[in-house]
Design a protein around this ligand. Structure first.
Ligand SMILES: Nc1ncnc2c1ncn2[C@@H]1O[C@H](COP(=O)(O)OP(=O)(O)OP(=O)(O)O)[C@@H](O)[C@H]1O
Ligand SMILES: [Mg+2]
Length: 400
């Protein structure tokens, strides 16, 4: 019997599909950029929890160690006004950004904006998404516009504004642009107008920013890690992690804060406690949920991530309302990366993924967007080949 030979056509190098193993074409100089606890003088009158989001030196060292373990050089650069000069001097190929920024309405976007201006590649979300995610009111407006479930809300400046008709007690009061549970404890739940106005005035005075008031969500609380983007599998060291939409599904983390130091609220006092300390909430990972409901919550988190234009990694907090319908609370585009402590790290560990793999995944997904990853011929088994005659196929940067 005659066999039909498939039609073959010689492809030139440029047209060949890339090998399935993209990697850096050479060692990079990686700057880890962060704000470190204790390094920064806080302004007079700052709230007690000011600077709570800043990182510990050990977290930065862990990130450096993970990046160096894959052959790169690293340096830590503090995210303060000396940063532009430090960047000029070090001249990094890419920055691993975890900087919270120093004040202002878009402080988490300060470092990305500087890096864009200096044309230096960096990891994770870009300027606008980092500015939006810090602003919980703006985030909720975008989610509402995208048809995603989020509790009814109203922003206050003074506390004297008329209450909107769709705001029904109990309500929940928080500073609109903080993180790490700052300004939140059981007193954030207000049951009448007098308590509401008192709490809003207090919050506005202490945090000097708008106050977000939303319907209190009495149900179970979950935090959902989001990792990936539509083309993630093409760049990943672990393409098998990603589903067809380009996102990885992590197990969900349930926060059980009823018995915690801030009962019913995953507030600042609870967030700063270490595992084993009195008053820390209980956590369940994976959360006890049907596979179908967990998949629904993961999809909501991914949609919330996409709706604000987040990239590569984030953590979305959500809670169930009085009818057990999930509502998105807020998104963290720079989720904490303290090993064995930050929610994202706990989730990643629960899935059996190492801290090193998490950090390298964030680094390489970011690098790919700036054209720093190369498809090297498979014969080049050495990770850092000294073969300048072989030009790697560099993918065109996919800047978004
Ligand atoms: N509308 C709400 N109803 C009930 N509880 C809420 C509501 N909003 C926030 N909370 C509680 O307060 C906690 C902190 O709120 P939120 O996630 O907005 O703050 P955050 O400081 O940005 O947190 P993170 O540390 O994740 O950045 C939530 O984890 C939840 O326990
Ligand atoms: Mg939160």
């Amino acid at each position: 019997m005659e066999t039909i030979k498939p039609e073959t056509q010689e492809m030139n190098e440029e047209e060949k599909p890339p090998s399935s193993n993209p990697r850096p074409a050479r060692r990079w100089r990686v700057a880890v950029i962060a704000n470190v606890k204790g390094d920064i003088l806080l302004t007079e009158g700052a709230p007690d929890d000011a600077g709570a989001e800043f990182d510990k030196p050990e977290t930065i060292q862990s990130i450096q160690k993970a990046i160096e373990s894959d052959g790169h050089q690293t340096v830590f650069l503090p995210a303060d006004s000396r940063l532009p000069f430090a960047l000029r001097e070090y001249n990094p190929d890419i920055c691993f950004n975890i900087a919270e920024g120093l004040g202002g309405d878009g402080r988490e976007a300060q470092v990305p904006a500087l890096l864009e201006m200096m044309r230096i590649p960096y990891t994770a979300s870009r300027v606008v998404a980092n500015a939006v995610s810090l602003d919980k009111t703006l985030t909720k407006r975008l989610w509402r516009e995208a048809g995603l479930p989020t509790a009814p809300f109203q922003e206050f400046i003074t506390g004297d504004e008329a209450l909107n008709l769709d705001m029904h007690f109990p309500l929940f009061v928080k500073p609109a642009r903080e993180g790490t549970g700052m300004g939140m404890d059981a007193g954030s739940i207000v049951r009448d107008e007098e308590a509401l106005r008192r709490r809003v005035r207090q919050t506005a005075q202490l945090y000097r920013q708008p106050t977000l008031v939303e319907t209190y969500l009495p149900g179970r609380e979950f935090t959902v890690a989001v990792m990936g983007r539509s083309d993630a599998a093409g760049w990943s060291r672990n393409p098998q992690w990603y589903q067809s939409d380009g996102f990885h599904r992590f197990p969900l983390l349930e926060v059980l804060s009823q018995e915690s130091v801030t009962p019913g609220v995953y507030g600042h006092a609870a967030k700063k406690l270490n595992f084993g300390e009195v008053g820390i909430p209980d956590f369940a990972c994976p959360a006890r949920l049907s596979a179908k409901f967990a998949a629904h919550l993961s999809d909501l988190a991914i949609q919330g991530h996409l709706a604000i234009g987040a990239l590569d990694i984030s953590r979305v907090d959500m809670r169930l309302d009085h009818e057990d319908h999930p509502c998105l609370i807020e998104i963290n585009t720079l989720p904490g990366l303290t090993p064995d402590f930050s929610d994202l790290c706990v989730i990643v560990k629960a899935q059996g993924i190492s801290y090193r793999d998490l950090i390298l995944e964030i680094l390489y997904l970011g690098a790919a967007r700036f054209g720093l990853m190369a498809f090297l011929p498979d014969m080049m088994s050495e990770r850092w080949p000294v073969m300048p005659s072989l030009t790697p196929h560099i993918h065109k940067p996919l800047l978004r």
